[in-house]
Design a protein around this ligand. Structure first.
Ligand SMILES: Cc1cc2nc3c(=O)[nH]c(=O)nc-3n(C[C@H](O)[C@H](O)[C@H](O)COP(=O)(O)OP(=O)(O)OC[C@H]3O[C@@H](n4cnc5c(N)ncnc54)[C@H](O)[C@@H]3O)c2cc1C
Length: 464
């Protein structure tokens, strides 16, 4: 029995105003439920707001329009291949089967402007063109637009309210929450179903130390609100956790601007060079896992070397525009002048780039096993960004079932508690090497929609 008085009660309560929370709220509302969304900040942002807004989805109308053949089965196989069979098959299935319908629903029903990003070539685990974006826009545009849709759908959003306690009865049923306001006041809100969409734990050093010690000293370029609220609350409620060692790192966080170099720079031929003028990794192998080799290089930073041809493939990304406006790149008319500009040994850089060109010409993998195919390594006039490795977002979290319902350690499901996005276990396997591009937002929107629909059904059942 719960003897707490709730000042107010709503059928579905969503915690977190990023992509997962907004999509969950919109889906629950569309399923017929009254919904309220809670966000701790005064202006919603989250990791979603910091992202590039790119979403992987399979079997979309956009792919069909561009003649790209894809399917849920293919996406599932890509996830399982990339994670060496270690992703949760149930969650992988939800993502693979629902990503296409969810993106089509976002474009069709919610009038959101995603398009297939035909400049984001298959790679890093996606075997076909699957990344969808919004040309010229980024994550904060996405958050603002999603909140506009919440307002149009008459969904109440309660800002500057931090979830601090979840109240349950003896049967693990959530009855309501306590929210702490900036002035320390506590408000209690009842609900029939609760969705935790409050992100991961990349900003919580103690949790990183516990679950992912290898990056606990790395720069966090994710949102400071990723404090692991869902994990903390889940543990108190006896929830199961999964893949807590998984995370999305990034090896191209510019120093000192703090801007992400778009992946296209590496995909289309860019290379990473350490301070000895040497490459140290196959840059085409792993978009997120490359962070570890970068962190292991002398001096804690490396250079992304590219040329004008490669740059053209990324110019439409806002991040690249920003970097160019800030004149962030060092440049040189040839290898020697670039080497002088970035203070690496010219002879070593010359040898490094020559070896890459030789491998490309002979169609053989280079010393790091990179297959160059038709891509050319950087040549002629060269440019370079100084970059460091950073953690962007964690990928482990609350174990959920096929309805995005949180699973208890005893294997049963918590009856009216749901989770998605950074709060839940994702499909990146157990460590840094299983992240497929644009999967963070894919899990946020797909699990958000699933959680919203399931929570609406749970709330309607409890009203009967
Ligand atoms: C720089 C960067 C670039 C990225 N680019 C991409 C990309 O292009 N594509 C992609 O797929 N992924 C990308 N990611 C990952 C992606 O942004 C995340 O996976 C995704 O945004 C997670 O969404 P979410 O809604 O779960 O969490 P968030 O967007 O972080 O939202 C969680 C919200 O919950 C709020 N909150 C937290 N705790 C509480 C509490 N106790 N009470 C109330 N509110 C709370 C937070 O303030 C926040 O607003 C990127 C990440 C970063 C950092």
């Amino acid at each position: 029995m719960v003897d707490i008085e709730f000042e107010y009660s709503v059928p579905v309560l969503v915690i977190g105003g990023g992509a997962c929370g907004c999509i969950a709220a919109l889906a629950a509302k569309q399923a017929g439920s009254d919904v309220m969304l809670i966000e701790q900040d005064d202006r919603p942002m989250g990791s979603t707001g910091m992202s590039q807004g790119l979403i992987s989805a399979a079997g979309t109308q956009q792919q069909h329009k561009h003649g790209v053949e894809d399917s849920a089965e293919r996406f599932y196989n890509d996830i399982m291949t990339k994670t060496q069979g270690q992703a949760d098959p149930v969650i992988a299935k939800i993502i693979a089967e629902n990503s296409g319908p969810t993106l089509d629903w976002m474009i069709g029903d919610l009038d959101l402007p995603w398009r297939l990003d035909t400049s984001f070539r298959p790679g890093y685990g996606n075997s076909v063109y699957r990344v969808h974006g919004w040309d010229g826009h980024n994550g904060q545009d996405m958050v603002d637009l999603l909140h506009q849709r919440l307002s149009e759908a008459d969904i109440d959003v309660f800002l500057e309210a931090k979830l601090t306690v979840v109240h349950t009865d003896d049967n693990h049923r959530v009855c309501g929450v306590s929210l702490t306001r900036p002035n320390g006041e506590i408000e209690r809100l009842g609900c029939d179903a609760l969705i935790l969409a409050c992100g991961g734990f990349a900003a919580n050093t103690a949790m990183l130390q516990k679950y992912i010690p290898e990056v606990c000293h790395a720069r966090n370029n994710g949102h400071e609100g990723s404090q692991g609220t869902a994990v903390e609350i889940g543990l108190k409620l006896g929830a199961q956790l999964g893949d807590m060692g998984a995370y999305q790192g990034y090896g191209m966080h510019t120093e000192p601007q703090g801007i992400s170099v778009p992946p296209n720079i590496l995909i289309n031929g860019g290379v990473l060079i350490n301070q000895n003028g040497e490459r140290f990794v196959d840059e085409s192998e792993d978009i997120a896992g490359v962070v570890l080799p970068v962190l292991q290089q002398p001096g804690d930073f490396v250079w992304v070397v590219y040329d004008e041809r490669i740059e053209k493939t990324a110019l439409h990304y806002p991040e690249m525009k920003q970097l160019n406006t800030l004149n962030a790149a060092k440049s040189g008319d040839n290898i020697q002048t670039l080497a002088a500009a970035i203070n690496v040994p010219g002879e070593a850089l010359q040898q490094t780039l020559e070896q890459a060109h030789l491998a490309q010409l002979s169609h053989t993998p280079d010393a790091f096993n990179r297959q160059w195919h038709d891509d050319l390594p950087p040549e002629n006039k060269l440019k370079a960004f100084k970059v460091i490795g950073a953690i962007y977002h964690t990928q482990g979290g609350l174990q959920i079932n096929e309805r995005a319902q949180v699973v208890h350690q005893d294997g049963t499901s918590l009856p009216n508690l749901f989770a998605g996005g950074g709060a839940a276990r994702s499909v990146s396997g157990p460590a840094h090497w299983g992240y497929i591009p644009a999967m963070g937002l894919a899990t946020a929107v797909v699990l958000g929609r699933t959680a919203g629909q399931s929570a609406a059904a749970a709330a309607s059942n409890s009203a009967k």
